[in-house]
Each structure stands twice: as structure tokens, then as C-alpha cells.
Design a protein around this ligand. Structure first.
Ligand SMILES: *[C@@H]1O[C@H](CO)[C@@H](O)[C@H](O)[C@H]1NC(C)=O
Ligand SMILES: *[C@@H]1O[C@H](CO)[C@@H](O)[C@H](O)[C@H]1NC(C)=O
Ligand SMILES: *[C@@H]1O[C@H](CO)[C@@H](O)[C@H](O)[C@H]1NC(C)=O
Length: 487
């Protein structure tokens, strides 16, 4: 059944545009249409012919609804290009900021629930703003490849609107901020590049997708489309939690949904992780005092070792609305909580493990508690990226979900894994035979800590006159340097 297959392909493509690993996508596609991800590009080319429309004068039927703070869900007044009266009727305020919210591809043909939430959040932050929802649902509800192809046409219609608005109201385009989600991010890019003058800012929320990946800059959202383009194909490129699945969005529950409600339920799945970018942005609007920080890093793996918490030379930035407008194309990373407010505190722990005898195959479980002036976080597990080696300093990332104030004390616990494999048994016996079991203890004397959010660096020393066995919980306090306390 060709038609049904195309429907499915469309949905699958939608999940493919979310940055999910191909393995996840294949789960959905294989039994239905025998679509293999590496072939997607070719397939898309074949299907494009099927979707070509016969419309002689293509028209995207884009509408511009000026929403109101008290009715963020309702379209009560449309601004009609070439009709200046409609500006007055909708009480457009030409001295304040204007936002264009641009949705993405839709299966239902309706606005998704985030649209009203974003409108609300924008009004909460900028009371006098004009928040205009761009309605291109007519085009966006087509099959994905058609909708993707038509983003340019929609972008051009928005560009005409912007040109007209500038002429009719004299608003400085620096006050114009386009926010596009998914395919809407590319629409925003086209709008920016086709407008006669450069708009102030374009925020693209999760713009990646088939038909745009690897395209030349003029085919997608690019840094040249506005004075400032943020997230993630532009001046700033942020990967929350490594970029794929987000905390609170779980693959298991996803698969359960599919088995219960069938494949068509997968239109709901991508929302959680994909939509996270919108909710991070909303978070930055409404929780101005608690915005997440992101840090420049060479890779997610290095970030997970805590090696990238520097703020020197613009290496860190705030996430979302409050982002500092600096040009940088490097990848930035951040961790988040699983719900709003998403901000966490990032700590780097540098620990030197020493031992008199060589013990190179250790995989203990390490837990840390941080005690600060405002509170504490207990029993956080350190993730071992590699085995612990004697006489080597290792670096870890620790994430605290609340503000504990200035760090006063660190508690550290080392537990041997309870895996009594033959090899570790043998090691135990041999070290017992050689008589050095008492000396084979691993010791930690100092822990270096750096806090990303405050950029503070501290050195913690073991409390008490001698190093205790790490098998129990050991307490570290700020070291006295030259007899003086660290500040
Ligand atoms: C228009 O916005 C400005 C701030 O940008 C505000 O001071 C003014 O009161 C607004 N005018 C109306 C009619 O709401
Ligand atoms: C580790 O370093 C300490 C102090 O420098 C030294 O006494 C010990 O022998 C070293 N351990 C190994 C296994 O090399
Ligand atoms: C126990 O150790 C063996 C060999 O070191 C390893 O293959 C196995 O996965 C471990 N099991 C657990 C539960 O950690």
C-alpha cells in the first residue's frame, strides 16, 4: 500500500529529524516499509516527484496572528500585509520588541501546545512586546518532504511581511526576533535571508533535519540570516545533555507507547526530547535568575569528564534568551535537570589516586557528597569513564541539581565492586600471598574542585592527621595554604 507507506515514511522522517540515533529509527521503519536510513536521501529524491504539486502559482497562505498576553492560545487578530489598518486594529506597538514565532512540521494540522506556552513566556518577560504567531499550517501539514521543500516559499512570504512591516511602522529591525522550531527554524532562516534588511536575531530551536543536513548555507538557517543567529546552526551551537535523549524522556516508555497504541503514536515520542529545546528557551525567559550555563568543549566525552568548565575567552555562555551575542561556531555543552527550571551546577573534581603497589584494574563505585553554605547534595555517583590507575590524576564531572552555596566540605566514598570474578579473586589471593595486602590500599589526599557556574577553584585536603582507608566515607575540608584558609 503505497500511500500508507508514504504516510509512515513521513512520520519516520519526522523522528529522523530529531537527532535520534539511526538504531532507534530503524526499529520503527524496518517492518513497515523496509526503509533503511542510509538510503533515506535517495528515497527522498524518488518521493519528491510524487509530491510535486500542480499549483501554477504556489502560495503558502501564511498568516500573522498578533496574540495577546491574556489569551496566548487564541488567534483573535491577524495583521494583514498591505493593510496598515490591521496594525491599528490589533494594537501593534511600534516602539517595542516584535517576536515572530514560527512552528514546524505538523501531522495534525493544528498548533502544538508549546506555541501558546512560548507566547505566554515571551509576554511574561517582555510585557509590551508584539508576539506574532506565524501560521503556515496549511503548508506544514503536507508530507514532510513537501513541507521541507516549501520552507523557502514560506520564508519568502514572511520576508515580504517583514519588508512591509518595516515600511509601514518604521520599526528598527534590531527589535525583530524570529524564533523557529524544527522546520520553522529553516523558514526563519529563509525569511531572514530574503528580507531586504537584516533582522536583529533568529533563534533556531532544533533545526536539524533531512533535506537540510549538510546543505549549503544559503539553503538553511545560517549565521548570515540575521545580525545574531543562535542555536544550533549559527553563531552558537548548544548540546544539552549531549544532544540526543534528554533526562525525563525515556526510550523504554517510548517503546511501550508504540506497542500499546501502534506506530502512529510515534508522533508523540519525538516531542519530549525534541521539544526540550523549546522548554529550555521558555525556561530562560521565565527563570531569568536561574539560566543554564553552557561551556565550549571539544567533545561530549570531554565534557562528561568535567574538562570544559572554563569561562575564559568567551568559552561559556548563558543558554536561551539571555545568551551573550558573541560570534562563535564551536560546540557548547550543558547538563540539565529533567524539568523546569533546568539549571544545574557543574563541578569538576580532579582526584589523584595513589598506592604503593600497582593496581591498574580497579572499577570501584565512587560516591561524593557536597556540603555548602546553603545546603548539601548527597551520594552523587562519579561516572568512571575508564578504569582507575595507580598514581594518576583523574577528572570527573559532577552535577548538583540545586544551589548549595559556597562549598565547605566534600565526603568521598570508595567501594570495591562486588564482582567476585575469577581474575579479581586471583589478584586478591596473590596480593595476600605477597604479603602486601595492608599496603595495597588506594589513597586520596587531595581533591581539586572547580565550579563552572561561579568559576571558583578550591583545593580540599583530607580531614585528620592521616589518610584513612577509603573504604569508609572520608571527609575533605578546604586545605590551609601556607597556614591560611582559602577564601
Ligand atoms: C508601547 O511599548 C512601550 C515600551 O516599548 C511602552 O512604554 C508603551 O506604554 C506601549 N504603548 C502602549 C499603547 O501599550
Ligand atoms: C606511587 O607514587 C608513590 C609516591 O611517589 C610511590 O611511593 C609509589 O611507589 C608509586 N606507586 C607505584 C605503583 O608506582
Ligand atoms: C564481572 O567481571 C567480569 C570480568 O572482569 C565482567 O566480564 C563482568 O561483566 C562483570 N560483571 C558485572 C556484573 O560487573
Amino acid at each position: 500500500n503505497h500511500h500508507q507507506c508514504l504516510q509512515l515514511l513521513s512520520i519516520v522522517l519526522h523522528s529522523a529529524c530529531l537527532g535520534y540515533g539511526p538504531t532507534n529509527i530503524q526499529i520503527f521503519t524496518k517492518p513497515m516499509c523496509c526503509v533503511h536510513i542510509p538510503l533515506l536521501d535517495n528515497l527522498m529524491d524518488n518521493f519528491k516527484d510524487l509530491f510535486q504539486k500542480n499549483d501554477a502559482t504556489p502560495h503558502a497562505y501564511t498568516k500573522f496572528s498578533l496574540r495577546k498576553p491574556l489569551m496566548p492560545e487564541d488567534d483573535i487578530c491577524y495583521i494583514i500585509p498591505s493593510n496598515p489598518e490591521s496594525l491599528k486594529e490589533c494594537t501593534f506597538n511600534s516602539t517595542s520588541k516584535t517576536f515572530l514565532v514560527i512552528h514546524g512540521w505538523t501531522v495534525s494540522g493544528l498548533f502544538e501546545s508549546w506555541v501558546a506556552k512560548l507566547v505566554s513566556a515571551l509576554y511574561e518577560r517582555e510585557q509590551d512586546a508584539n508576539v506574532i504567531v506565524v501560521d503556515w499550517l496549511h503548508t506544514a501539514q503536507n508530507q514532510y518532504p513537501v513541507a521541507a521543500q516549501d520552507t523557502k516559499m514560506v520564508g519568502q512570504e514572511i520576508a515580504h511581511f517583514i519588508d512591509w512591516l518595516e515600511e509601514a511602522t518604521n520599526i528598527p529591525l534590531d527589535n525583530l526576533h524570529l524564533i523557529g522550531y524544527s522546520l520553522g527554524a529553516h523558514v526563519a532562516g529563509f525569511a531572514g535571508s530574503h528580507a531586504s534588511n537584516k533582522v536583529g536575531r533568529i533563534t533556531g530551536l532544533d533545526p536539524a533535519g533531512p533535506d537540510f543536513e549538510g546543505e549549503h548555507a544559503h539553503h538553511r538557517l545560517s549565521p548570515d540570516d540575521a545580525h545574531f543567529v543562535d542555536q544550533p546552526v549559527g553563531h552558537v551551537d548548544i548540546y544539552p545533555n549531549g544532544g540526543s535523549f534528554q533526562p525525563g524522556c525515556n526510550l523504554q516508555s517510548t517503546l511501550e507507547t508504540i506497542s500499546k497504541y501502534g506506530l502512529f503514536a510515534i508522533t508523540d515520542i519525538p516531542r519530549c526530547s525534541h521539544e526540550r529545546s523549546i522548554h529550555l528557551f521558555i525556561d530562560s525567559l521565565v527563570n531569568e535568575q536561574e539560566t543554564s550555563m553552557a561551556y565550549r568543549c571539544g567533545s561530549n566525552d570531554m565534557f562528561d569528564r568535567g574538562m570544559c568548565l572554563s569561562c575564559r575567552k568567551n568559552h561559556c555562555n548563558t543558554v536561551g534568551y539571555n545568551i551573550r551575542k558573541i560570534r562563535m561556531i564551536r560546540k557548547m555543552y550543558t547538563k540539565t535537570k529533567d524539568s523546569m527550571p533546568f539549571r544545574v551546577y557543574h563541578y569538576q573534581l580532579k582526584i589523584h589516586f595513589s598506592s604503593k603497589v600497582d593496581r591498574s584494574e580497579m572499577e570501584p563505585s565512587l560516591t561524593v557528597s557536597l556540603i555548602g553554605t546553603k545546603g548539601e547534595v548527597e551520594d552523587l555517583k562519579l561516572t568512571l569513564k575508564e578504569k582507575i590507575t595507580t598514581n594518576k590524576t583523574q577528572s570527573f564531572l559532577l552535577v548538583a541539581e540545586k544551589d548549595i552555596g559556597d562549598l565547605l566540605m566534600v565526603k568521598f566514598k570508595w567501594q570495591e565492586s562486588t564482582n567476585w570474578s575469577a581474575s579479581s579473586m586471583l589478584k586478591m589471593v596473590s596480593s595476600w600471598w605477597s604479603g602486601d595486602s595492608a599496603d595495597s590500599e588506594v589513597e586520596v589526599h587531595k581533591i581539586r574542585i572547580k565550579v563552572g557556574e561561579t568559576q571558583k577553584k578550591m583545593l580540599f585536603c583530607i580531614k585528620g592527621p592521616h589518610a584513612l582507608s577509603l573504604q569508609q566515607e572520608v571527609t575533605f575540608v578546604k586545605c590551609k595554604i601556607n597556614g591560611k584558609k582559602q577564601t
